[in-house]
Design a protein around this ligand. Sequence first.
Ligand code: HEM
Length: 542
Amino acid sequence: STTLLKLNELGINIPPWYTSLPLAIQIIVGFVGSVGLIIGLNVLRQLALPRNKSLPPVVFHYIPWFGSAAYYGEDPYKFFFECRDKYGDVFSFILMGRKITVALGPKGNNLSLGGKTSQVRAEDAYTHLTTPVFGKGVVYDCPNEMLMQQKKFIKSGLTTEALQSYPPLIDLECEEFFSHELGLGKEKKSSVKVDLLKTMSELIILTASRTLQGKEVRQGINGKFAQYYEDLDGGFTPLNFMFPNLPLPSYRRRDKAQKAMSDFYMKIIEERKKGETDHELDMIASLQGSVYKDGVPLTDRDISHIMIALLMAGQHTSSATSSWALLHLADRPDILEGLYQEQVKYFGKADGTLGPMTYESIKDLPLMDSVIRETLRMHAPIHSIYRKVISDIPVPPSLAAPSEQSSYIIPKGHFILAAPGVSQMDPRIWQNSKTWTPERWLEEKGVGQAAVESYTKSEQVDYGFGSVSKGTESPYQPFGAGRHRCVGEQFAYTQLSTIIAYIVRHFTMKLEVPSFPETNYRTMIVLPKNPQVSFTLRKQEV
Ligand code: HEM
């Protein structure tokens, strides 16, 4: 009532019907009215006021601050494709107070992924999410130049010699997992129904820890490590990306787990220094002794934090990719059988058994390669790659909608978003772009071959972690492009091929849901919803 008196004093007349309402109703009506007014003004501003032509068009939205969060969050690809039709390859949208400019297509990717460090920065876009999880001093909690050197150290841990040692270990882990954990095998169950994502998450962490992470991690995996991992992972969600620090239990658990996990790795390093364990061709062994260009060595703490970063970088991407690949194989028994015949062709022995998988043979299996490529084309685990814009970026007119054809500036302070998945599913580039078709990669001189060519054989650049193909203009970039390009690609291929080959050799698969699983975009990584499948032992295994 005091407020009403004040409004009256200001000459704003409150209608008598309003003042006659009970106070609680007045408050509700007042609140709803204010929200309506704010939305109305926001709509009016977008429709009636002339647009600043030097900035990209902004996606129409009703609620200020919240912006297009629901439209984008529910299905980012629907959002990207629909907005591209309306606004062209470059457009901005509001996401909970942040101004995001999407730059699509090979040329758009070039602005963000191929952008100069004087224009775009990954660390400014990610550090609030990653530093509480990985720990301080590495990846996005240090200057880009240091990250580039850390990537060089990681790369030198993934030598051919190291990769060669992995398939037999992965094969062994698979054997133990399917027989002990899932209980499949002779004189055991011949068939089992599982949640595929859960199964693959377990198998990926088991195989990564046995190989890249090292045997102490593998030994600890059923103990405290699992809990630390779960709590850390609970701090790696879209909520953490939007709100770095909330007073919630999950944030506190994340911080506690980060410290515990970091100490866990520190202890491994200390023990190794005392010579109490023999170490193999794993990443900790390789990182020990790495020295930055200026002569400063990596500290044990840095190594621990890089190990956490690698664990997180590989875990979800590879579990998601293997789950999607196997779901498609369960849906396409002909391709599953093709993969089996490929195993017979490449590994078959005179006695009818299949020989051991080696790094050399596993990396040159044409159909296996096509299955993984096609899965990554349709289900890129990361749908949006962000950078913070730190100085204005000019956008050529060719990226604007045909009706506009004007040049824009993406201003300092915006985030620039690359979505390689859009080009990877663009019907203007790929025939039947929405259908999983591994065969497309086997076509000589096909679109797939050309895309791989421009991804792997384009201009070679050394950003500080060895010469890599820039790849920013390829329509196929499942491992990113430019200076932040993935250094785990070969490891991922080795891990995925060996696991899929193991499964194909021993089991057939069936979808245990009425239709092919839909996509969940509400997690950091693009995941299948309710992926129920069954594994059944092949006849000769029973
Ligand atoms: C970067 C995808 C597996 C380590 C990236 C990026 C993508 C990607 C798209 C670029 C991110 C950006 O530009 O912001 C994938 C996919 C994987 C996979 C699809 C599996 C199927 C792995 C594995 C490791 C790893 C297994 C570790 C062994 C890294 C690292 C970076 C990276 C260190 C560099 C980040 C940077 O420079 O900012 N990955 N990744 N990735 N990935 Fe992977």
